[in-house]
Write a protein that binds this ligand. Structure first.
Ligand SMILES: [Zn+2]
Length: 362
């Protein structure tokens, strides 16, 4: 039972390592230094390897330095002149966190390592990968068909390739599934779940003390996963757990409403009963949509405006969902869903989800 894996120091690969140990594998790990801004993840990986060793689990761990080769590439994760975007993981802007061809490069090295171990130890070796369904939308090199093709190419190009195979236990799961699985593995191995996950990093832009803001897409996904299993994330954030959780839930709701045409629950929005003087902007792209002069109390539970701001050019779309004929309104600049427009006896009413707006005081 021999396994090789890439240990990034993030929660997915860490969960995978614990799983492999619980399954009885002897594991060798590679971590990559590739000029990532968040290379605190390598220290965290080393801390976990040390913790495992103290508890009787010896895991071989190598750090491969690829920073010279990968300095040729352009990505928000490695280039100083590109900022890490914030928001929900699935958003278009998160594409800037793709490192070109990263997983093909990482997988090639792991494959060579696995093949070497297979020859040296005269054994079959699995290559375990922590990729999961939550990654697929943004990272095409996390898709199962990519690994199938890669595996096929490696098979053609290597002697004794039949001794090495890919193993992707989380391919149909998500971060929540990984955490639930890790709880079981930790219990089985008598390891402390919180210690292990405190020794991980998910943030792409931690501060100088290694603390995360909790705002990048990957952070939001992680925070929601811990929330879903009813636990507090043991990793340290810049603000309190309550605050980062609130932010993550807000990002999730914003994504649901603006990108999936959802509706927030009535009487829950920050701006429902909000009548300060100022302007309301699209929460996604910041376009000016409404001014406070046009806001009124409709009593319906969502912010209401009787007109849009000059030059807002809000898009109107016929919406026949839920057995009604309504006019849906969308931001013309970023095409996010905002709410609906009703023509009533008193005049027009823009019924807008509060979560789609950012208020700026005059
Ligand atoms: Zn917009």
């Amino acid at each position: 039972m021999r396994a090789v894996m890439a240990l990034s120091g993030g929660m997915d690969s860490t969960g995978l390592l614990i799983r492999l140990l619980a399954e009885g594998y002897k594991v060798s790990c590679i971590s990559y230094e590739y000029g990532q801004k968040h290379n605190i993840e390598l220290q965290r990986a080393q801390q976990n390897i040390a913790y495992l060793s103290e508890n009787g689990f010896d895991v071989e761990h190598k750090i491969a330095d690829l920073s010279s080769a990968m300095s040729l590439f352009h990505s928000a994760l490695t280039s100083d002149d590109v900022d890490i975007p914030e928001g929900h993981y699935e958003q278009e802007q998160m594409k800037s966190t793709v490192v070109p061809n990263r997983n093909a490069i990482f997988a090639s090295i792991v494959y060579g390592y696995a093949l070497s171990i297979s020859l040296k130890e005269d054994t079959d070796v699995i290559i375990a990968l922590g990729v999961h369904s939550g990654d697929h939308a943004i990272y095409p090199d996390c898709r199962p068909e990519f690994y199938q093709s890669l595996g096929h190419a490696f098979e053609i190009g290597n002697w004794d390739s039949e001794r090495v195979s890919f193993h992707l236990p989380y391919i149909d799961g998500d971060k929540e599934a990984i955490l639930r699985d890790s709880l079981i593995s930790c219990k089985k191995l008598d390891l402390d779940f919180d210690t292990i996950f405190a020794n991980t990093n998910t943030s792409y832009n931690p501060d100088s003390k290694g603390r995360s803001s909790g705002k990048s897409g990957a952070d939001v996904e992680r925070i929601l996963a811990f929330h879903a299993i009813g636990r507090k994330d043991p990793v340290e954030y810049i603000t309190s757990w309550e605050e980062v959780l609130e932010g993550a839930l807000k990002a999730q709701l914003r994504h649901y409403v603006m990108k999936e045409n959802g509706t927030e629950r009535p009487f829950t929005g920050e701006y429902d009963k909000h009548y300060e003087n100022g302007t309301y902007h699209c929460a996604d792209c910041d376009k000016l949509l409404f001014v406070s002069d046009s806001k009124f109390d409709s009593g319906c539970g969502w912010p209401a405006f009787d007109s849009e701001a000059e030059n807002a050019e809000i898009t109107q779309v016929k919406d026949v969902s839920h057995g009604m004929v309504r006019i849906e309104v969308r931001c013309t600049q970023c095409d996010s869903h905002l709410g609906h427009l009703f023509h009533e006896s008193r005049g027009p009413r823009y019924c807008i989800n509060s979560i789609c707006l950012n208020f700026k005081e005059e």
